[in-house]
Design a protein around this ligand. Sequence first.
Ligand SMILES: [Zn+2]
Length: 363
Amino acid sequence: MRWGDSMGLLRVGRVGVAVAAAGAVLVGCMPWQGEEPQDKKDAGVAAAAKASAAAAGQAALLKTRLATAAKVHANELGQIPVLMYHRVVDKPATQDDRTPQQFRTELERLAREDYVPITAAEYVTGRIDIPAGRHPVVLTFDDSSPSQFDLDGMGAPKPQTAVAILQEVAQRHPGFRPVATFYVTRDMFGKTTPEEQAQMLMWLRDKGFDIGNHTRDHQSLRGKPEKQVSSEVAAGHQLITKLLNTNPVTLALPYGNQPTKKEWGRKGAAGDVSYDYGGVFLAGYTPAMSPFNKKFDPDGIPRIRSMDKTGDCVKFCSTAWLDWLKANGDERYTSDGDAKTVAFPKFKTPFVVKRYTDRVLAY
Ligand SMILES: [Zn+2]
């Protein structure tokens, strides 16, 4: 073996922890000596050493990933709060309304407790890209009220709108992504012309917000024939695609009411419009399941109404559930920081959705 080639091999071998492995390959190749041309043999040895170094590198990487997942108690089969907001107004008139201050306080709490917002589209498609040890939260806004979002003459969100408040909180808490999902109807933030409506949706999309279908006319779909269900959903779908040229990925059922067959909301067609959503959201009353967990049901994903612990909300609204998730941290979704893996304690393995098994990192 020539000195130069040997040096080359050593250089390959010096990658990471692979020196010993490369040495083993060298020994293993000794019996070939003299039987093959030297060049070809050296190339083979170098390739084998490189493959071995790569394998050792992979093993080291896997070890690091497992250690990180275990250290942060990653649980990517756990529960995720999907919070539901309606109007954000100074004088609440319904049990769904929140004041700007209440909304700000809830966001501050989420940031303090290591939640990171993701969109409904990211959630249902399993694109949950947040740092290790953090928990995803999905912020959803129904009915496209002007109190959620409006722009000034320069294209900045007007103060005290939900979008402005979310951006303020995100600025104070680096890592708290200012993203949310807006379930829009024909009300379209109070804008009446197609140009103004398009302006609103384009701004949201460009800033990483997500637009979901809430049907155009907000009729309850309970008990309606399939044809009518499809036409109500398709009308909402088309309302968005005509303005934005981007397909919505999820639907929120008006009043949370499911149609006779729950899958009618997720998949269907009317006229030349067809839809096939990644998820359909309800209006109550529990945290939602990880999209990687077999218990995840894309036809009926629960949401949590934003409200303090009063009346019906003593147990089933946001303050109560955030308290519960804090007290039951092992039930909550915690990220391992690697969006390509689905990490969890090994004993939970039977619950992984089959199509995600190649992403499993069980520790
Ligand atoms: Zn609604």
